[in-house]
Design a protein. Structure first.
Length: 499
């Protein structure tokens, strides 16, 4: 097989460097999404602009699970300034890192073409494409998961075959535990990688020299994350929007696992690798990494609804590794009779896949791919406002537009706000009592309402909080719509007092 592999693929650095550069190019393409920021990213943006003390105050009330990520983004905003590039570039870099790790794991376990194919495939997976340019922590967790898995494979390969000593391997075991802990502090559901790695160890059976330090590193990581886990459970209302698990929700994960299982079967054609434990294969690493986090999240969702696929984005590394192994097996099968075709197989498959997924790629890089756009609605407010106008937000969470773009709302009076988000240690602030809001609203001549799209020319629905119902009642009874604009999932409506 080796004689049929082009010389350049045998250069170790190209196997990981090409996927890293490919993923970086893919991530930087359309990074600003036409200068749009949606509500989840707006939370990152507005919190990152607070001081560390203000962030700590917030975490005591809400979003403790994202505390480390917010502090990281605060540091980046301080150094590089607040922008869509600063917001999203960490995710691009993290997925590029993950692609390099998949390539190195695949090369070691199934050959260079498997590594190259898996690394290139990762950035094309639709779930990864969506998070590749997202200003949240999920891509960072995927990058850490790639590194920790690479370390585990390296440690099994060395310690498990007797070529590594405790003195030589303890720095890597320390790095492994530290990576798992950091990922858990970014999103503690990332600890599901530990049972995935446990299945790999059970399959490989490397002996006590690997199992003992793995158990120690894993227990240390879990103990370090436990205070965050326990405290964040007191804020479980943050995930109350997640629907209960149904069998329909499991169709997608089941398809992914089935595809991964086919890749695991194809990996048999790659054969054992020299110098590795015979059971250490792409299948024994990739299939648990794909299936266990998805199944673990589903099991946890039976207790409390938590099933959101981005929470275990790192499982896609297992799918990419298995797809790469399948490509490597195909190259191996073709090489004896068609060496030139074998050398072109991986680039051809990746190229055709990229073209086939081009509609997905274009959609993910448009503002319409997300629920709404806080920057666009801020621009509309800036053009519609007049001196002395008031502003209302329905629901109150739509105040994020003013927090991300305060200049666009300069000069407007937020008549419903009693305590600001920073002062109250919240994401949306605390609003006054309904009677007080109604009284303040009756004293206004002109009001701008920022709300969700889909209510053209109408006051907000008289539902939700008592404060929102009070706003709707006064607007309906005493004001007239004079301007109404919908932009990228949100609406700005201008009301003037009748008469």
């Amino acid at each position: 097989m080796t004689s049929h592999i082009p010389a350049d693929i045998r250069r170790p650095h190209l196997v990981w460097l090409v996927p890293v550069l490919w993923t970086l190019m893919f991530g930087l393409w359309g990074l600003s999404r036409q200068n749009s920021v949606w509500r989840d990213e707006a939370a990152t943006w507005q919190v990152a602009e607070r001081s560390p003390g203000e962030i700590w105050h917030l975490l005591g009330n809400v979003d403790a699970v994202h505390g480390l990520y917010y502090l990281l983004m605060h540091a980046l905003f301080e150094v590089f300034g607040a922008s869509t590039t600063t917001l999203r570039l960490p995710s691009v870099l993290a997925v590029a890192l993950a692609a390099g790790c998949v390539a190195l794991i695949g090369r070691r376990l199934a050959g260079p073409w498997a590594g190259l194919g898996g690394g290139l495939v990762l950035g094309l997976l639709p779930a990864v494409q969506f998070q590749l340019q997202e200003g949240r922590a999920y891509a960072l967790v995927a990058g850490g998961a790639g590194l920790s898995t690479l370390l585990l494979v390296s440690l099994i390969a060395t310690t498990g075959t007797g070529t590594g000593t405790a003195r030589r391997t303890w720095p890597r075991w320390t790095a492994y535990g530290a990576l798992v802990l950091v990922c858990a502090l970014l999103n503690w559901l990332s600890l599901l990688i530990l049972p995935a790695h446990a299945v790999t160890l059970w399959r490989v059976r490397p002996g006590r020299r690997v199992l003992a330090p793995w158990l120690l590193a894993s227990a240390t990581a879990v103990a370090g994350a436990l205070p965050l886990i326990l405290f964040s459970r007191t804020q479980s209302g943050q995930v109350s929007w997640i629907p209960p698990l149904t069998w329909h929700m499991m169709i997608g994960p089941a398809v992914l696992v089935a595809v991964g299982a086919l890749g695991a079967l194809a990996d048999r054609w790659n054969g054992p690798r020299t110098g590795l434990p015979v059971r250490l294969t792409a299948a024994s690493v990739g299939l648990p990494l794909l299936a266990v986090p998805l199944l673990g999240l589903a099991a946890a969702s039976l207790v409390q609804p938590l099933f959101v696929d981005r929470y275990v984005l790192f499982a896609m590394l297992g799918l990419a590794l298995l797809l790469g192994a399948a490509l490597g097996a195909a190259v191996r099968a073709l090489a004896p009779r068609y060496p030139r075709a074998a050398g072109l197989l991986v680039p051809a498959v990746v190229g055709v896949s990229a073209l086939a997924l081009l509609p997905v790629s274009l959609a993910d890089r448009s503002p319409a791919s997300r629920v709404d756009d806080v920057l666009a609605v801020a621009g509309e407010v800036s053009g519609l406002k007049r001196e002395g106008d008031a502003v209302l937000f329905v629901p109150a969470a739509r105040r994020d537009a003013a927090l991300v773009s305060p200049g666009a709302f300069a000069g407007l009076t937020d008549i419903a706000l009693a305590r600001g988000p920073v002062e109250s240690g919240t994401l949306k602030g605390e609003e006054a009592a309904p009677a007080r809001i109604s009284a303040a609203l009756r004293g206004q001549r002109r009001v701008l309402l920022v709300s969700d799209a889909g209510r053209a020319g109408k006051p907000p629905k008289p539902s939700g909080s008592a404060a929102d119902r009070a706003k709707a009642a006064v607007l309906r009874a005493e004001f007239t719509v004079v301007e109404d604009r919908e932009v990228r999932g949100r609406r700005v409506t201008v009301y003037e007092r009748r008469g």
